[in-house]
Design a protein around this ligand. Structure first.
Ligand SMILES: Cc1cc2nc3c(=O)[nH]c(=O)nc-3n(C[C@H](O)[C@H](O)[C@H](O)COP(=O)(O)OP(=O)(O)OC[C@H]3O[C@@H](n4cnc5c(N)ncnc54)[C@H](O)[C@@H]3O)c2cc1C
Length: 391
């Protein structure tokens, strides 16, 4: 269903969550697309990142007929099994607050599993996915005939002519840089601290434990039956070298206020500054930016994958509308629609990040902010018995 003479309707740059979801959404509606992914299939299917998908993300996948890609990963109504520890004391999340209106559950689905499943379904259904696409460059975006050029695995230069380009190549991709200087603005918030994030071959039991402690925030979150990711708040200046394995485990135990049931091999460590970034507008000419190419959100909110799916959903609906109704109104409002949602999510991510971190170690934001954050945190928790003040 391409415009005459073009290779495809949508050239999708980047085969991550946003790009693969978009490819599947379009393919399901019979709309031509080509996904160009820089890395090999083996690489992207092993790349460990996020692990939690909220109910909105699961609902979007279901609506496009892709429930199978998160099958078996629903975390059900298990808030009780995801305790918050405040100075070592177990607290329960308040129930009934932000349940999905359609009663859809979120999922603990490691990102590489979701990527693997999206690739499998896309290829099974006849999708055109080209791995190892190097030196991707975008051209003629302000015309009706945009073009994407790349070098294939054999070293040959190829072009894909299309009606639209979806820039879904992540924060460090090339799509956003194809927009002429001065067109995009970026708004950034630095939280002033980092996370040491650690992958370990140890299951999380329960699936997610979060801890607010005067030594700093800590968490252990499942990444499948035999792995979990540990998080420790640390100063921005910390390096991985300052965190030998023994220190990671002992600090986790100190912040949890109890021994962790199982310790094991640590497979990777990284210090990640916590920040939020939004680029605006999210489109330029025939280029539409999706997911991390357009925004980064504090990982505390676990919204990175969900935002990517949101953008893919809005863009796919807009393309379908353009093709079936010959009406560009949804494409025209794509940026506005996605930015509205992005800022809504950024607002709750900032609120949540500050509540979880400022309530702990006062050396970052001071005692006043600590007390405010404790009160904010209490609004999300089941109250303590009447005669017990919060910690
Ligand atoms: C270490 C880490 C931990 C994270 N933890 C969490 C978490 O716990 N919860 C959460 O919700 N989010 C988390 N995130 C964020 C989440 O992973 C992202 O928000 C999500 O991956 C966004 O999806 P995306 O498709 O927009 O981008 P990506 O997943 O980054 O996909 C972009 C794709 O484009 C490809 N690409 C890049 N450049 C090019 C190019 N020039 N040409 C062609 N292809 C290209 C990349 O190889 C990649 O496959 C984490 C991120 C990182 C890095």
């Amino acid at each position: 269903m391409t415009t005459t003479g073009k290779d495809t309707t949508v050239a999708i740059v980047g085969g991550g969550i946003a790009g693969l979801a978009l490819g599947n959404f379009l393919l399901g509606k019979g709309i031509g697309c080509v996904v160009l992914e820089k890395h090999s299939r083996e690489y992207v299917e092993q790349r460990q990142r996020a692990g939690a998908l909220d109910a909105g993300g699961v609902r979007r996948l279901r609506e496009w007929g892709l429930a199978e890609v998160v099958e078996g990963h629903s975390h059900g109504d298990s808030d009780a099994a995801m305790p918050l520890l405040i100075e070592g004391e177990k607290r329960q999340w308040r129930t009934g607050g932000d349940d999905d209106p359609d009663d859809v559950d979120g999922a603990y689905c490691p990102q590489q599993i979701l990527v693997r499943n999206l690739i499998k379904v896309f290829l099974r259904d006849g999708g055109d996915l080209r791995f190892g696409a190097e030196d991707v460059s975008l051209h003629d975006l302000s015309t009706e005939n945009p073009l994407v050029r790349y070098r294939d695995t054999a070293g040959s230069t190829k072009t894909v002519s299309c009606d639209f380009v979806a820039g879904s190549d992540g924060f460090h991709g090339v799509s956003r840089t194809a927009v002429p200087a001065g067109v995009l603005t970026s708004a950034t918030h630095e939280f002033g601290y980092a996370w040491l994030t650690v992958m370990t071959d140890v299951p999380a039991d329960p699936l997610a434990v979060l801890a607010v402690h005067s030594r700093g925030f800590a968490a252990q979150i499942t990444r499948g039956p035999n792995a979990s990711r540990l998080y420790l708040q640390c100063p921005l200046t910390d390096t991985v070298g300052q965190w030998p394995d023994d220190r990671v485990w002992s600090e986790l135990e100190a912040r949890f206020g109890s021994p962790v049931p199982q310790k094991g091999p640590i497979t990777s460590k990284q210090v990640v500054p916590l920040r939020g970034v939004t680029f605006s507008p999210m489109s330029h000419g025939r280029l539409y930016l999706l997911g991390d190419a357009a925004h980064l959100i504090s990982p505390v909110s676990a919204q990175g994958m969900s935002l990517a799916l949101h953008d893919a959903d809005v863009f796919a609906r807009a393309v379908v509308h353009q093709i079936s109704e010959l009406d560009s109104s949804l494409l025209d409002s794509y940026s506005e629609t996605c930015l509205d949602h992005t800022w809504q999510q950024q607002a709750s991510a900032v609120w949540m990040t500050e509540a979880m971190h400022d309530a702990g170690d006062p050396s970052y934001e001071g005692e006043f902010r600590r007390q405010i954050a404790r009160k904010n945190l209490e609004t999300m928790l089941e109250p303590l018995p009447a005669n017990r003040p919060s910690a």
